[in-house]
Ligand binder design. Structure first.
Ligand SMILES: O=C(O)C1=C[C@@H](OP(=O)(O)O)[C@@H](O)[C@H](O)C1
Ligand SMILES: C=C(OP(=O)(O)O)C(=O)O
Length: 440
């Protein structure tokens, strides 16, 4: 991956019109699931358009440390992963997980089930992101996992245990990634007995489970389900390479450009993702539509434009927590107060996103009420120029670049994005892509 050079801050000027076409980078959620499933499969998998970013690098490096062989085709994002048929060749490793939830959670489950002698750790924030519900679920069925720092959080030490096919259950109200992790790990021991995974209580971020089930099916494992409460992996199934797999463009990354089209005229088109996407975040466009934008969807593209003032929105954003951050910025261009509800998971992601969003929106002059699991945003008469802290959160950096756009209800403003390098988590080239849709 060629990492762009990042200065300590980026100054962005107001933009009169946003227009253009953006080829999206690959989906983070699909990339990291595909890498792990390809590694665990029987046979080799050719992956095209894998996301090039910190989060996928973390997964690629971890797989390499576990003895999985993969090759990058030249400088392209096409990779060949040589499957290890359900057993990692290296049984003793120290794995750096950065701040990639989509890497550490599924790997803890896979390694917890397969056994060995592994430590997993990450950046400081990773050690503050909860993993207790997943560890509890794995310990319950026989995994030997211990906390080497604060109980409930990475870093972790994994040893070999005797895994039982009964009693698989997990809580889903802190992160859906815990259920994703168990689902992906279950076939690794489902040789003779079915495994039933029961979800205890509420499950958040549900569409991400659909991505998991869709990809497991492509790798030959079908999961039966009873709604969102019970998932059954029938015995005898194992991961088999589908041969080739193409990674769709990232629907969460699409949200910034589509919002730009909605705020500032457009049309802005993203390519690489379209109406048949398996990513829940494509439904972000429904929120933009409710706010008054015009959306068109094709097989492999989505386009947004708008001629009028955006309407405030009051909605439940539990299903699209990542793209919902972009709505918080679109709300600056609406008339009236917007309320983003049921977004409690924001508090345990790259930063406490409810507090971070409230603090930075306030700098622009907005009136913000931050609740335990909601944000209410009332835009100011005029946006104030501001220096935006990004809290090592890629989405904070990407979202606030949009406050430079001239909307119909109010003009954009001068924005300084501090520590812009955080975008490397999922979209290293974000600022050059954003520059191509701006017209002054
Ligand atoms: O499974 C996934 O790929 C993801 C699930 C979501 O997390 P939660 O389930 O913790 O909300 C999302 O925020 C994250 O960026 C990616
Ligand atoms: C929450 C996010 O990341 P992670 O996959 O690390 O949970 C995100 O990308 O917004």
């Amino acid at each position: 991956m060629k990492t762009p050079h990042f200065p300590p801050y980026i100054d962005l000027n107001p933009v009169t019109r946003a227009q253009g076409v953006i080829q999206l980078p690959g989906s983070k959620s699909i990339s990291n699931r595909t890498l792990l499933l390809a590694a665990l499969s029987e046979g080799d998998t050719q992956i095209s358009e894998l996301l090039a970013s910190d989060d996928t690098l973390v997964m690629l490096n971890a797989l390499h440390s576990l003895g999985v062989k993969w090759e990058q085709e030249g400088v392209s994002q096409n990779y060949l992963v040589r499957g290890v048929s359900g057993k990692f060749p290296v049984k003793h490793a120290d794995l750096f997980m950065g701040n990639a939830g989509t890497a550490i959670r599924p790997l803890v489950a896979a390694l917890g089930v397969l056994g060995g002698d592994y430590t997993l750790h990450g950046v400081e924030r990773m050690h503050e992101r909860p993993i207790g519900d997943l560890v509890d679920a794995l310990q319950r069925v026989g995994s030997q996992i211990t906390y080497t720092g604060v109980p409930g959080f990475p870093p972790l030490h994994i040893q070999s245990g005797q895994i039982r096919p009964n009693g698989w259950q997990v809580r889903g109200n802190v992160s859906s990634q815990f259920l994703t992790a168990l689902l992906m790990a279950a076939p690794l021991i489902a040789a003779e007995q079915d495994i039933e995974i029961e979800v205890i209580g509420e499950l958040i971020s549900k569409p991400y489970i659909e991505i998991t089930l869709n990809l497991m099916a492509r790798f030959g494992v079908l999961v039966k389900r009873e709604g969102w409460q019970k998932f059954i992996i029938e015995a005898g199934q194992f991961y088999k390479s589908p041969g080739t797999i193409h990674v769709e463009g990232d629907a969460s990354s699409a949200s910034y450009f589509l919002a730009a089209g909605a705020i500032c005229g457009g049309p802005v088109r993203v390519t690489g993702v379209g109406r048949n996407s398996i990513q829940g975040d494509v439904r972000f466009v429904e929120a933009l539509e409710k706010m008054g934008a015009s959306i068109a969807l094709g097989e492999n593209w989505i386009e947004a434009r708008s001629n009028g003032v955006l309407k405030a929105i009051d909605a439940d954003f539990n299903a699209i927590p990542d793209a919902a951050m972009t709505i918080a910025i679109a709300a600056l261009y609406a008339n009236g107060t917007s309320v983003l509800r049921n977004i409690g998971s924001w508090r345990v992601k790259e930063t406490d996103r409810i507090d971070a969003m409230a603090a930075e929106l306030t700098k622009l002059g907005a009136q913000v009420e931050a609740g335990a699991d909601y944000l209410a945003i009332t835009p100011p008469a005029q946006l104030q120029p501001a220096s935006i802290e990004t809290y090592d959160d890629h989405r904070m950096a990407m979202c606030f670049s949009l406050a430079t756009l001239n909307g119909v209800a109010r003009a954009g403003t001068k924005i300084r994005i501090l520590d812009p390098k955080c975008v490397a988590k999922t979209f290293p080239d974000y600022f050059s892509a954003f520059a191509t849709i701006k017209q002054y």
